[in-house]
Design a protein around this ligand. Sequence first.
Ligand code: FAD
Length: 393
Amino acid sequence: MKYDVVVVGAGIAGPIVARNVAKAGYSVLLIDKKPAIGSPKQCAEGISIKVFDKYDIPYDRRYINREIYGARIYSPSGYELELRYNEVSGVILERKVFDKMLAYYAAKAGADVLARTEALDVIRKDGKVAGIKAKHEDEPVEIYADIIVAADGVESTVARKAGINTYAPPHEFDSSYEYEMLIEGFDPDLIHLWFGNEVAPRGYVWVFPKDEDRANVGIGIASDHPQTAKYYLDKWLKENNIPMKKILEVNVGLVPVGGFVKELVKENVLVVGDAARQVNPMHGGGMAEAMEAGTIASKWIVKALEEENLSLLQNYTAEWWEKDGKRLEGVLRVRRVTEKLTDEDLDLFIQILSGADAEKIAGGDYVEVIKALLTHPKVLMSRRRLSLLKELL
Ligand SMILES: Cc1cc2nc3c(=O)[nH]c(=O)nc-3n(C[C@H](O)[C@H](O)[C@H](O)COP(=O)(O)OP(=O)(O)OC[C@H]3O[C@@H](n4cnc5c(N)ncnc54)[C@H](O)[C@@H]3O)c2cc1C
């Protein structure tokens, strides 16, 4: 088999690349090791409404499970901060359908798609990566391509085999555990997030509603913590008197939250999405980031093929770092500061922040909010809080 481009991984990033490159008229093969693309999923399935227009994805009820109007945040002692919009701000997807449909859109655009096809290694010719050794339905196959895209998720092997340094220590990952379960008593128009060092060390507990009484209920904590994510999630459910006898699905996964792969391209190999650790380090969401990276990568793949100049692929690294990389490095800085907050600090900040402040912080526009906090009497009284907040300016 020989293609212009082979894309390994049909999660979010892979199908976006495959679709865009196929649309431009080049031959593309998209492979995934799963027998059914999208399943099993490892995701809470929440995403901003903005991505549908921005990345040209149909707003299709087949994978939009529920429309969401905002968020409610809970402090360790139970103080609440609500952010509610008049219009739909996000959706809870059905990822098992969404991922498969993204692969379908790639196929419709002209890409070939092969499920149950696992990349095992790269093929090298004269020292250069010339393709992928894979296993399709248990049979070995060799796929040759001018350009290879590693979109194979957090446990990516393809980029590493091609010599791209994707290593990160365990501390730079969050470990997540999630139940899709029957759960009552939460406003199903909002996502719900609980913070606190006893609740979820470094992370948070989430309830992302799918029906009035069904939700993804999960947790992310630092993966090198001595206790497991499941321990903390079960503890939270017990403390909140939520019965654990109606569990429809269990998902476990790692989320890269500690920084991003520096060199995203090595010769003719590109790395995108979770494989490049392109995730928002504050909330662990990575679908929009995978779409953005996939869009930038595919733009430079098409240019490199048009101009028959593979050195143009390097522009993907430069453009990603200029756009998303710079922004996400800022978010990482904020995460590192918020990690140092005590439960008392969290209680205080959730009490004194308004919904409008939270909206600004969520949008990355936090400097004005920090400046205002620096004048608050309860912040002025604490040298530690003052210095933590000043780290953010
Ligand atoms: C518990 C949990 C909850 C999350 N919740 C959210 C959320 O609510 N919102 C959000 O935006 N993000 C969330 N994320 C993060 C989000 O799921 C990822 O950032 C996103 O899926 C990244 O997309 P991707 O295409 O890079 O990788 P993936 O979606 O992981 O896709 C990689 C694909 O590659 C395939 N693959 C891997 N190795 C091979 C191989 N060798 N050969 C062939 N195929 C291979 C896999 O089967 C998979 O389909 C969550 C993550 C976890 C773990």
